[in-house]
Design a protein around this ligand. Sequence first.
Ligand SMILES: Nc1ncnc2c1ncn2[C@@H]1O[C@H](COP(=O)(O)OP(=O)(O)OP(=O)(O)O)[C@@H](O)[C@H]1O
Ligand SMILES: [Mg+2]
Length: 270
Amino acid sequence: MSESSNPSVYQTYWDPETNSRHGDYARGKDVIVRARDVAKIYRMDLPKEEWVHALRGITMEIYKGEYLAIMGPSGSGKSTFFNAIGGLDQPTSGQVFIDEVDIAQLDAKELAWMRCRKIGYIFQSYNLITVMTALENIMLPMTFAGTPSDEARQKAFELCKTVGIDHRADNKPSELSGGQQQRVAIARSLANDPAIILADEPTANLDFKTGLEIIDLMVKLKEEKNVTIISATHDHEMLAISDRVLWIRDGQVDRVELREDLKIEKGSIH
Ligand SMILES: Nc1ncnc2c1ncn2[C@@H]1O[C@H](COP(=O)(O)OP(=O)(O)OP(=O)(O)O)[C@@H](O)[C@H]1O
Ligand SMILES: [Mg+2]
């Protein structure tokens, strides 16, 4: 365990072994992502005193089928944590297990398989391919996974219906509204039936009403497909639908709250 980690904070708030309410929540649930003392230091070419300690030892268990919101001030390390648990970037120290497999032990091919099949990514800025239509964007992960093109096309169209953009399937991203582009990104993240969806600020660029529609859509996905959704957000509406909230501060777990801790009436946090 690195000297910068602070297990006492983590234990006080949610350690299932010492906190009975969190224990009750965890009971009977399978862990799908396990972060153990994950730290990330951006060194660049700076002298040691100027290194950026983006994550200072995060220990967290995320359960299969839960909706976990990650909250924290700008620069607190949310995206860095996402990149670490999504296998997009390697932590400086610590481990990430997905389905109890240490992802640092995967070779390039296995890691690519995991990124393609097991995890769906939704980014704040949608990250759609501009020269492709909505349908083609949604087909892309299936093409990477080797799905025959007829099958991929058919499934992509079904996904268009799921997210409510089937009438815009043949349009390119520049011809779609922000909300519609985000729906395409959500459909794309579902293409290979991932067990986990990592959504980094999925409603950040949307107006209030469209944000609510996207939130409703994500709830529906969780309920119908039992996917695990991990979503960094500044959106308090999104907290209202979360099973738990992980608060990160200065690269550390500040606290983990169960939904009942939030005392939420939809849309307002007290
Ligand atoms: N590639 C990088 N090189 C150097 N420093 C970085 C890099 N990426 C992030 N950082 C720094 O690491 C810290 C955490 O950044 P991160 O992007 O994880 O924050 P965040 O919580 O996602 O913020 P926001 O809410 O603004 O998206 C910040 O101080 C940031 O400047
Ligand atoms: Mg971020």
